[in-house]
Design a protein around this ligand. Structure first.
Ligand SMILES: [Zn+2]
Length: 212
């Protein structure tokens, strides 16, 4: 059974929660949903996963919704109009113009970014999965090619190494490249049936939960 082991209030007083299945042995996994508020798929799929009694072996940590303020407002950014996926303290973080990719006034300026950094420091995950939309691809940073290929074949998506545009201050660069933690980004579609997405993600989580 999952328990909420860490929580933080967002700017608009929503809870950002970290759940854990309590398992002690095996690969430490962290799964993150809805970093971008206009991509609700991750939170919806992970919240339904938390309600099911799926079997797991490995220690599994889940943050179903990293950006609850954006989720409520259906915006990519958080309540401060910052793109959390450009706010991580990477070597390539940069002060940008205030559009929907605004990386914040300084690296890790946002509650959501700090919460996730703290979770990672405490959990020391062996592998991270983040769920985004809408590209229908599996992308990865760091040493995660094998697992990415397996995940892609499980759900019929291609693996795409390069997303095609620069992403300064991104979570993938922070964790996968600079902290050397294999980090997989699953990009679900916008036009897919929820049951398809749920089944696809449950298959992926099951695969990760029994990885040696
Ligand atoms: Zn996204």
């Amino acid at each position: 059974m999952f328990k909420c082991i860490k929580t933080k209030k967002s700017v608009l007083n929503n809870d950002i929660n970290l759940f854990f299945n309590g398992h002690k042995n095996g690969k430490n996994l962290l799964i993150i949903g809805t970093m971008h508020g206009d991509e609700p798929q991750g939170a919806q799929v992970l919240n339904s996963y938390l309600l099911e009694n799926s079997p797991q072996k490995n220690p599994l940590y889940i943050i179903p919704c990293l950006n609850p303020d954006g989720y409520d407002k259906k915006t990519r950014t958080n309540a401060n109009q910052v793109d959390i996926n450009r706010n991580f303290p990477t070597k390539n973080w940069e002060l940008t113009q205030k559009d929907e990719f605004y990386g914040g006034s300084s690296p890790a300026s946002e509650i959501e970014t700090k919460f996730l950094i703290n979770c990672i420091d405490e959990i020391q995950p062996d592998l991270i999965l983040t769920i985004h939309a809408p590209f229908k691809i599996v992308n990865f940073d760091g040493n995660a090619q094998k697992e990415s290929e397996e995940i892609a074949s499980l759900i019929g998506y291609p693996v795409q190494k390069d997303i095609g545009y620069p992403t300064p201050g991104s979570f993938g660069t922070y964790c996968g490249v600079e902290k050397n933690i294999p980090t997989i980004t699953l990009e679900l579609g916008e036009d897919e049936d929820f049951n398809f997405q749920k089944e696809a993600c449950f298959k992926i989580i099951k695969y990760l939960c029994y990885l040696d």
